[in-house]
Design a protein around this ligand. Structure first.
Ligand SMILES: Cc1cc2nc3c(=O)[nH]c(=O)nc-3n(C[C@H](O)[C@H](O)[C@H](O)COP(=O)(O)OP(=O)(O)OC[C@H]3O[C@@H](n4cnc5c(N)ncnc54)[C@H](O)[C@@H]3O)c2cc1C
Length: 591
């Protein structure tokens, strides 16, 4: 819907007030988008700023962004009777959420209850607390050793996620199918066994024809429902700055629109769901300790909230964190946004090694934590030895998993695939490719003994594949490694490889003869997840812990309640939807 379209008749018509009237009503001041001024300084700037050359509007709630977090807030507020204006910078709605798999991870959800599976609060909170803050975790502490706010955020997720899902489902904004049943990233036996329900919290959208849908379906249903509830969604409306009154309360936003600069006032609150800052190279360079070569989110996620929230005195957290995944390095260098992360390297006669030729991680572990293993630091050299990695595989693996990203349908069908007839030729080809890419990698090259070490690594791996036991990294010994493999890589019915399965389905010996293949991968993001710190009501906090009245955030634009942990597939959307819901309810005086 564009700014010029009519609102549905059953909803209150947005107030169109004169600028003078608006200022009188709200006592508005402008907080610059790019400065880090305090609220008082921002007010001073306001008296000199006059950006308005378009119209001025007022709503109860102004929502910024149109992904899952923002749209959850918009819908919730609209159901609570608010007049909502939703502002989206891009020409289309949906953000990264619409590109996503659409899986949501919701504790104690309806499907678990229907199936008699108990998902009690205490062990859930312990699982999250220990995974998020291992250095603070104390099982005997009432907050598990976490500071009060961090604990309350995790608790708010447990307490509100399932009610959010039920409520948005009842109101026609969500339709989720049954739990797919794949294991969480960590299941029984690790993290002290706190994850008592490692299957069934993950739910996928259900299309009207009964089929499983993905992020596009999630956002289609939510966007349509928002429109039906009278949410005015304005695309190509980029929020540039906040308006704060003399007390520091946020009362509206300044916006660049096709019609000129506009101002939108918010009677009850401004809720941000503007995604992370993967596409702001300056912020990445400032905050990330290690390289992020690219991401898979939408390129309009440029961290705009960072400057705006800073200008009104917000406290920041998690700025060096992200929802991580490995990405094909050459895709990251070629495209603005990478088409797909490498969820799990496909196949069994495959390994991943670093520039020294060593395996450094269980290749079948979850994408987030596997990527974190790329960030390890070697103090002796010093270097990040794993920051560029090489997926190495043979002809059998290339054919059996053809078409499973990053493997092309034709084994050499993508330029980023390096193929050679024997190990020395493969090593030489990788070295040459790295040289070509040197300007983008800080000149990373293979260690002088890479080839020799690689052959030793392959030989050792082949021994593990024969016995079925990976003594170095335990690949295939976790249910996650085996059960999720099929979701991310389909084994093709290639007749000549039909019966080749090892005792451990995650391992198979790499062939004694070429051809061999390599793909260069590096750390990337689904998006970053640092930003202003919020409280259990999704209010943005100042450094002293007090909330900034009228300013809320949810999703990837705020410091994630999960800190640097990725509890399970679907948690990013689960958190975003939940804290969008919490924000809107609080702004409407319901929470
Ligand atoms: C391929 C892929 C698959 C994924 N699958 C899953 C999955 O199955 N489950 C899961 O939980 N997570 C998944 N993720 C991660 C998930 O998509 C994101 O974490 C989630 O969508 C973030 O939602 P959000 O609402 O915070 O932000 P987004 O959906 O990214 O929305 C942010 C919006 O804000 C807009 N915006 C930015 N700045 C401004 C501004 N100044 N003014 C106005 N608008 C602005 C942007 O244009 C964008 O539309 C996946 C990610 C990818 C890339």
């Amino acid at each position: 819907m564009t700014d010029r379209q009519q609102q549905p008749a059953e909803l209150p018509v947005a107030s169109r007030v004169s600028r003078r009237g608006f200022l009188a009503a709200g006592g508005v001041a402008v907080a610059g988008a790019s400065t880090w001024a305090s609220a008082a300084e921002a007010s001073t700037q306001a008296s000199h700023a006059d950006p308005l050359n378009g119209e001025m509007r007022v709503a109860d709630i102004v929502v910024v962004g149109s992904g899952a977090a923002a749209t959850s807030a918009a819908i919730t507020a609209a159901i609570e009777g608010a007049h909502v204006i939703q502002l989206e910078k891009a020409p289309i709605t949906g953000g990264t959420s619409a590109k996503s798999g659409g899986g949501i991870w919701i504790p104690n959800n309806f499907w678990l209850k229907e199936n008699g599976i108990d998902d009690p609060r205490t062990p859930f909170l312990a699982y999250c607390a220990q995974y998020s803050f291992p250095h603070l975790f104390d099982a005997a502490s009432p907050t598990f050793g976490l500071d009060r706010n961090s604990f309350e955020l995790i608790a708010a997720f447990y307490d509100n996620a399932s009610p959010m899902l039920d409520w948005l489902t009842k109101n026609g904004a969500l339709k989720m199918g049954k739990g797919i049943g794949l294991p969480d990233f960590y299941d029984y036996g690790v993290l002290d066994g706190w994850n008592r329900v490692p299957r069934g919290r993950g739910l996928f959208p259900r299309r009207d024809d009964g089929q499983t849908g993905f992020g596009a379906e999630l956002m289609r249903r939510m966007t349509e429902r928002a429109a039906a509830l009278g949410v005015e969604t304005l695309t190509e409306h980029e929020v540039l700055g906040l308006q704060a009154d003399a007390s520091g309360a946020v009362r509206g936003v300044d916006v660049r629109s096709p019609g000129g600069t506009m101002r939108f006032g918010a009677r009850r609150g401004v809720i941000f769901g503007t995604g992370g800052f993967t596409y702001n190279r300056a912020l990445l360079n400032l905050h990330m300790k290690e390289p992020v070569f690219g991401g898979c989110g939408v390129p309009t996620n440029t961290g705009d909230f960072v400057g705006m929230a800073g200008a009104v005195g917000a406290k920041f957290g998690n700025m060096a964190s992200a929802w991580r995944s490995q990405i094909v390095l050459e895709e990251a260098l070629q495209y603005v946004t990478v088409p797909s992360p490498m969820w799990i390297p496909p196949g069994d006669s495959m390994i991943m090694v670093n520039r020294h030729g060593h395996r450094f991680v269980n290749e079948k572990r979850n994408y987030h934590d596997r990527s974190r293993a790329q960030l390890a630091y070697d103090a002796n050299v010093p270097e990040f030895p794993n920051q560029i990695a090489f997926v190495i595989y043979d002809q059998r693996n290339a054919e059996l998993y053809a078409g499973s990203h990053p493997f092309p349908n034709d084994p050499t069908g993508s330029d980023y695939v390096i193929k050679a007839e024997d190990w020395p030729s493969l090593v030489a080809a990788i070295a040459a490719r790295l040289k070509e890419l040197g300007s983008a990698t800080g000149g990373i090259s293979l260690a002088p003994d890479f080839g020799q070490v690689l052959e030793t690594t392959v030989s050792r791996f082949n021994g593990f594949a024969q016995t079925g036991l990976d003594s170095d990294f335990g690949r295939g010994s976790f249910p996650y490694d085996i059960e999720t493999a099929g979701s991310y890589a389909a084994r093709q019915p290639v007749a000549r490889w039909k019966d080749t399965v090892g005792p451990n389905p995650a391992l198979y010996p790499i062939a004694g003869e070429g051809p061999y293949y390599a793909i260069i991968v590096g750390p990337g993001t689904l998006d970053t997840n640092g930003g202003p710190v919020i409280d259990k009501h999704a209010r943005v906090l100042r450094h002293d812990g007090t909330p900034i009245d009228g300013l809320y955030g949810a999703g990837n634009c705020i410091a994630s309640p999960s800190h640097d942990a990725y509890y399970a597939a679907g948690v990013t959307l689960g958190l975003g939807l939940t804290f969008g819901f919490i924000a809107a309810r609080h702004a409407m005086g319901r929470g």
